[in-house]
Design a protein around this ligand. Structure first.
Ligand code: NAP
Length: 232
């Protein structure tokens, strides 16, 4: 299968790329910083020399860069799976954060997925098969302390995912929303949180991979995951 993964240079996106490549699939990777993406792709190529591993850096918070990335993807592959994972957390309350923070969070956490999906979807619909994963968050399901704009953007991504699921159920294309609680990635490095208190990126990747392995007539709509001891 051909898997397109955004935000794949590190963290959850990298772990998802790794599990698909380790199972012999072809991966098409994006993230924003070219050097980090090149390093991640090189690491995967060393580990899985027989796999197709292609990559293109683009800032997916910008619509024109989404179009450049998706055009590149469609010029070299016919995607079977799209993982909308690119995103980040900005701390701040609704009342006190800079006014532009909500737009910034929506651009990276919602519109990147919206524009990428709209560009790649026609190929899946034409094939009558496909699977879209949207990496939402526990903050898509409940308010998040000192993360107002982030939580709003992740609620919106959840809404995007649910509507997409409804639209695509008769077209052979599956949609899965993934709602992780805290996962030890860059976002948590330096926070002082014990890595063993929260989840590993590989935990999320294993569930995404498992959900991609079902029969054509079955879909996992939601994957909700939390650290064993609960949210922080
Ligand atoms: P991470 O380790 O910081 O990785 C984020 C990835 O997204 C990087 O590859 C980054 O590339 C890329 N990215 C960020 N902005 C981008 C942009 N504008 N265009 C293209 N790529 C961009 O973060 P993570 O913790 O794995 O998070 C991945 C996703 O999971 C995010 O959507 C996050 O909200 C969600 N999530 C994380 C947690 C958690 O606790 N870690 C919990 C719930 C949900 P650059 O480094 O080059 O910018």
């Amino acid at each position: 299968m051909n898997i397109v993964i955004t935000g794949a240079s590190k963290g959850i996106g990298f772990a998802i790329a790794e599990i698909f490549a380790s199972n012999g699939h072809s991966v098409y990777l994006n993230s924003k910083t070219p050097a980090d993406l090149g390093k991640a792709a090189h690491q995967l190529k060393s580990s899985f020399p027989n796999c197709v591993i292609e990559y293109m850096a683009a800032d997916l918070s910008k619509e024109d860069e989404v179009h450049a990335f998706t055009k590149w993807c469609l010029s070299i592959t016919s995607p079977d799976i799209l993982v909308n994972n690119a995103g980040y957390f900005l701390p701040g309350t609704i009342q006190t954060a800079p006014a532009g923070q909500l737009a910034e969070q929506l651009n990276v956490n919602l519109f990147s997925a919206y524009h990428t999906t709209r560009a790649i979807l026609p190929v899946m619909i034409q094939k009558g098969i496909g699977h879209i994963f949207n990496i939402c968050s526990i903050a898509s399901l409940q308010a998040y302390e000192n993360g107002g704009a982030y939580s709003i953007s992740k609620y919106a991504l959840h809404g995007f995912s649910s509507n997409l699921r409804l639209e695509l159920k008769n077209k052979g294309v599956k949609v899965t929303a993934v709602f992780p609680g805290a996962v030890f990635t860059n976002s948590w490095a330096g926070s002082g949180v014990d890595p063993k208190r929260i989840m590993e990126a590989k935990d999320i990747a294993k569930m995404v991979y498992a959900a991609s392995q079902l029969s054509a007539q079955a879909v996992v709509e939601d994957i909700v995951m939390r650290p064993l001891l609960g949210d922080l």
